[in-house]
Design a protein around this ligand. Structure first.
Ligand code: FAD
Length: 352
């Protein structure tokens, strides 16, 4: 019998900004809940990103639910400023987080979930998965990538350019990560920038505030299509280092090479180019490994209506990407989906 275990109303897997946002809306309920996070401190994926990272969202639009991010010296906060803020957020609301706790597997037993971790088993009536994407970096498939003798790193493992002096480096990816990393690496290395299509830089006068305001308004007006034609949250924001690199002319973009060879890449016109390092700034997929035993994952996604899983009862997914709600993988966007999630869990528990 399970009567000897404490059974939580909800366990939240992952204590990054998505898990914290869910925690925020649980405070006003009577439901027992617990957040499990495998890291030993607050900050989620932000803890591991490169040293010089600047957010592309200004402080106002880098705020978690209920407490505005304090203004920063420069318009775009540094990653350390954000980590400081989310750490203070955790303290302020005293969320129940068990750190250093890795969820290894989840099984459904009758009407509750058994959550197996390195710190033992936990039981709950409902589950929120908020494990982000950082542990599932995506690298596109290229011919003969396995015979390339140079170094390949994903942006998730990039820290700074200190080991790249005078090397031949190709940065792949036309988003904010690619642009920020290229801006830095091009100061010490010989770089080329490979993107699928012509990258879009937001005009300098369109700052992050305008971008997020546009995104939110078109969402509220149910008009996300016309918004994406004008500006998009994936366009490159001209933070200072990007402006400076634009002036140096390093943002010449090339369409992808067709294959690797031992010492480099082969371009479409068959010319070979020696390369020492490839930096893949090619994004992420949802990290859902801990849910694999539930057998409801397809192509790194789980079918949902809003955030609620449709193929199993009592599971919600928060963060990850637009498939769990518009802009839910942004700091500003996740709050709305977290609020709705907790509302649904409250009524779910009331009805079981
Ligand atoms: P995470 O921050 O990844 O948190 C998930 C947590 O779950 C982690 O602590 C992880 O250790 C833990 N976890 C994972 N698996 C397990 C497990 N099995 N058991 C226990 N714990 C587990 N958004 C903006 O709004 N503005 C920006 O400027 C911005 N810049 C970005 C820059 C970069 C380079 C990247 C990659 C993203 C950026 N984003 C930005 C997008 C987004 O805000 C971040 O990716 C954010 O970290 C996502 O938060 P999350 O809580 O969903 O996931």
């Amino acid at each position: 019998s399970n009567s000897e275990h404490k059974i939580y109303d909800c366990i939240i897997i992952g204590g990054g900004q998505a898990g914290m946002s869910v925690g925020y809306f649980f405070r006003r309920t009577k439901l027992t809940h617990l957040i499990l996070d495998e890291q030993d401190t607050t900050g989620g994926a932000w803890l591991k990103t490169w040293d010089s990272l600047k957010l592309f969202s200004p402080a106002t639009y880098s705020s978690l639910s209920g407490w505005q991010m304090p203004n920063t010296d420069e318009e775009y906060p540094t990653k350390n400023e954000f980590i400081k803020y989310i750490t203070a957020y955790k303290k302020r609301y005293n969320f129940p987080v068990n750190y250093s706790t890795t969820v290894q597997q989840v099984v459904k037993e009758n009407n509750f979930y058994k959550v197996t971790t390195n710190k033992g088993d936990f039981y709950s009536k409902t589950l929120v998965s908020a494990t982000g994407t950082a542990k599932n970096p995506f690298i596109p498939t290229y011919l003969k990538a396995d015979i390339f003798k140079g170094e390949q790193i994903h942006s998730v493992d990039y820290k700074n350019a200190s080991n790249l002096k005078d090397k031949n480096v190709i940065v792949v990816g036309g988003g904010n990560s690619g642009a920020q990393i290229l801006a830095e690496v091009s100061k010490v290395a010989k770089t080329k920038w490979v993107t699928l299509k012509k990258p879009k830089f937001l005009p300098k006068e369109i700052d992050g505030r305008y971008l997020f305001k546009q995104a939110t308004e078109s969402y509220v007006n149910n008009d996300t299509k016309s918004y994406t034609e004008k500006v998009s949250l994936s366009d490159i924001v001209q933070i200072k280092s990007v402006q400076e690199a634009l002036k140096r002319g390093v943002f010449k973009d090339y369409r992808p090479f067709t294959s690797f060879y031992e010492d480099g890449v082969i371009w479409e016109d068959n010319t070979k180019e020696p390369v020492d390092v490839i930096i893949w700034c090619t994004g992420f997929r949802a990290n859902l490994k801990h849910l694999s035993t539930l057998q409801i994952t397809q192509n790194s996604k789980i079918n949902t209506t809003g955030t609620k899983a449709t193929d199993i009862n009592g599971l919600w997914l928060v963060g990850y990407g637009n498939w769990t709600g518009f802009a839910s993988a942004t700091i500003y966007g996740v709050g709305k989906t977290a609020k709705q999630t907790v509302k649904e869990i409250v009524s779910h528990i009331a009805n079981v």
